[in-house]
Design a protein. Sequence first.
Length: 163
Amino acid sequence: MILLNNTYGFSSGQLAAPQANAMAAVIDPLMNGIEAPWILYIIGAIIAVVLTLMKVPAIAFALGMFIPIELNTPLLVGGIVSWYVTSRSKNKETNSKRGEKGTLIASGFIAGGALMGVLSALLRYLEFNPINEQWLANPLSEVCSLIAYALLITYFIKASKAE
């Protein structure tokens, strides 16, 4: 945490945590005796009840409203991949096993991504930046990223469905 703060700084926006900021905004008035926006809390509760009655998951709706689109898009793609993998067989047990395997693979990728994030922060803290900024400005870099993303999705599907 100290390394991440020293490298990026928590207030810079590069390590923005919208969920934590939202929770702080809710808890701060309660902890510090400041007037809380009770009407907003009540409206939120009513919306959650209405969504639940309409069989719309309130948490998914809230994430869609609250989390920025650049963070929501991979969640949506992951949900679509999960649905695809867990609905291809008529056998419910096979679908369940595929879902569990996909979750395990995804968890490994998340852990690996977190470790690489810390390694990246360490390299930047040591003033070593292997990223070529000119390449990032080139539109071809975005195409390569999309191709890599498509290959990663293909891998998830094939690995999850493998027996």
